[in-house]
Design a protein around this ligand. Structure first.
Ligand SMILES: CC(C)(COP(=O)(O)OP(=O)(O)OC[C@H]1O[C@@H](n2cnc3c(N)ncnc32)[C@H](O)[C@@H]1OP(=O)(O)O)[C@@H](O)C(=O)NCCC(=O)NCCS
Length: 180
């Protein structure tokens, strides 16, 4: 086991001591991931997007989507509570963190940060030196607090048809820059 995979193992153990573990997505997780994904979107504040915009963002998702993205080569890591129930997830591939959502009942406990650090470490271990994230308004401050810099703003057409503001952020990373 190399240094970077050791680091991932250490982060998984650290999470457990805080009441959650991080593990790869399993097909049985798909329904629970769908539920927390929709809940995390709908629960974001009115100060970012209207109720209609959030419903449009959350609409049209299915459990099959997660099976498809994993089959397509994306890595999806799941944060699970001590009873193995998924309470957060993060998808990444090709130098990009593509999704990061934490169950609203479990936010502000370090789960999003732990998932993001896991993804960063895995991308760094695969040779990536700049990580890209496309973010909506609710998570923008979170990513900026973790060193990501906004490079562009655009309009994202949500699956329900309504447009919302979207941002592309990047972070330069080195083999030793994943926070522990
Ligand atoms: C963004 C998200 C993944 C963070 O997960 P989390 O488990 O709550 O995050 P953590 O507990 O690791 O970190 C929370 C910290 O981030 C800060 N934070 C969260 N959202 C923030 C924001 N928009 N702006 C600034 N800081 C933010 C919190 O204040 C807290 O800071 P502290 O550690 O100094 O107290 C989670 O809130 C979420 O799922 N949000 C809704 C969905 C979403 O927008 N996902 C991103 C899609 S691109």
């Amino acid at each position: 086991m190399g240094r970077d995979s050791s680091r991932c193992a250490v982060m998984q153990e650290k999470g457990k001591s805080r009441g959650f573990g991080i593990r790869p997505f399993q097909p049985d997780d798909a329904e629970a991931i769908l539920a927390l994904h929709v809940a995390a979107i709908v629960a974001t504040s009115d100060s970012y997007y209207t109720h209609e915009e959030r419903n449009s963002w959350a609409s049209g998702k299915s459990a099959q989507n997660y099976l498809d993205i994993v089959a397509g080569g994306e890595t999806v890591m799941v944060a699970a509570d001590l009873s193995e129930k998924p309470i957060g997830f993060c998808g990444f591939a090709d130098a990009e963190i593509r999704s990061l959502y934490v169950d609203p009942l479990h936010q502000d406990k370090g789960i999003g940060t732990a998932l993001m650090r896991f993804a960063e470490s895995a991308l760094i271990a695969s040779g990536v030196r700049q990580i890209t994230i496309h973010s909506g308004l609710p998570a923008l401050g979170f990513y900026q607090a973790h060193g990501y810099v906004t490079v562009s703003q655009s309009t994202h057409r949500t699956s329900g048809g309504l447009p919302i503001k979207s941002f592309m952020l990047v972070k330069k990373v080195t083999a030793i820059s994943a926070e522990t």
